[in-house]
Design a protein around this ligand. Structure first.
Ligand code: ATP
Ligand code: FE
Length: 335
């Protein structure tokens, strides 16, 4: 089964071609235009998608070594995401499915971040059901109980900021460019995680909160800079390591509770923040420490990419779960 997948939920235009559960091509066109604004500008994002979508899909099909007539279905991101961005990918997917007369499959972006684990990739094991997924990205922070490809239940999520925002906003406070997550990761590797102590939020159950941490970091930095103007430059590695350590501890505490509550000790991470080296290391260590089985996806499939939309498309194709051509894109979408 040849699946063409299109992802355009935020600021990356991506297209992939899969043969069954194997990725033949996965092209991502990043938009650098947003860097100078310190965040994604929705209007600029949708315009860039319009410019990129045709060449990106063209390259994905060519690189896969097939002709578009050989495609069996088209899957696309229905939501959640930026409306203008979603509409570009969604409209294109609909038109192409009509022109080629092949089924259309609408995919939930957040489920795709999780099911990316089922892409057949050498050296990567697929999770066994049921498992817990920790989805950490720029817009979401969720713990999901995954019973099957089609039975996913959110058992915990953030009540305010997402983990990615916690990283990016902290980075901004430190004067680092957007997106600052990867930079915090880089500096943290050279620093002492226990140099500064930040208090963890108290949130009921398996839910998260990150906005208080951001405020705490802001006040801490303001106070420190008031007494030493060079505080950030002199202590950047230690500050980044301490912030990252606090975030990881918050995530791990909730994961431990989730394991206790569900009795499931297979953990899969997904979403852009799962690229974080500290999170990856801590999770690997949890295998010995707590007896968990952990699944960490290939880097390419953690940030936004169309291959993850394609794998969900493929499994839906097998079940004849097709979408009508009248389906609408949704900025917010029920899970
Ligand atoms: P969503 O999937 O919720 O719609 P998104 O697609 O914008 O959000 P992703 O692309 O999955 O988000 O992830 C982007 C986020 O990941 C950014 O906040 C970025 O800073 C963060 N990130 C990427 N690499 C790292 C890293 N190594 N350490 C920490 N954060 C990182
Ligand atoms: Fe995403």
């Amino acid at each position: 089964i040849y699946t063409l997948a299109i992802e355009s939920s935020c600021d990356d235009t991506s297209a992939a071609v899969l043969c069954n559960d194997k990725v033949l091509s996965n092209i991502v066109a990043r938009q650098s235009i947003h860097e100078e604004y310190g965040g994604v500008v929705p209007e600029l994002a949708s315009r860039a998608h319009q410019q990129n979508i045709v060449p990106v899909i063209d390259v994905a099909i060519k690189k896969a070594g097939i002709s578009k007539e050989e495609l069996d279905c088209i899957s696309f991101t229905q939501g959640p995401g930026l409306m203008g961005s979603l509409l570009v990918g969604g409209s294109f997917a609909k038109s192409m499915s009509m022109a080629l007369n092949i089924p259309l499959i609408a995919v939930n972006h957040m489920k795709a971040h999780i099911l990316a684990h089922f892409i057949d990739e050498e050296g990567f094991e697929k999770p066994t059901f049921p498992f817990l997924a920790l989805t950490i990205s720029g817009g979401h922070t969720q713990i999901v109980q995954v019973n099957s490809f089609f039975d996913l239940k959110i058992i915990g999520e953030t009540t305010d900021d997402a983990v990615g925002e916690a990283f990016d906003k902290s980075a901004k406070i430190l004067g680092l460019p957007y997106p600052g997550g990867p930079l915090i990761d880089k500096y943290a590797n050279e620093g002492n995680p226990k140099a500064y102590k930040f208090t963890k939020p108290k949130v009921d159950g398996l839910n998260f909160s990150f906005s208080g941490l951001k405020t705490q970091i802001l006040y801490f930095i303001q106070k420190s800079v008031a007494t030493n103007p060079n505080f950030i430059e002199e202590n950047r590695n230690d500050i980044c390591a301490s912030i990252q350590y606090t975030i990881i501890t918050i995530l791990m505490d909730k994961l431990k509770s989730a394991v206790t509550q569900t009795g499931i000790n297979r953990i899969a991470i997904g979403g852009g923040v799962s690229a974080n080296s500290g999170i990856r290391k801590t999770l690997k260590e949890a295998e010995n420490k707590y007896g968990w089985t952990t699944y960490i996806p290939k880097f390419e499939y953690t940030t936004d990419n169309a291959a993850m939309i394609g794998i969900v498309g493929y499994y839906n194709f097998l079940e004849n779960n097709f979408s009508k051509n009248t389906i609408v894109s949704k900025a917010r979408i029920e899970f």
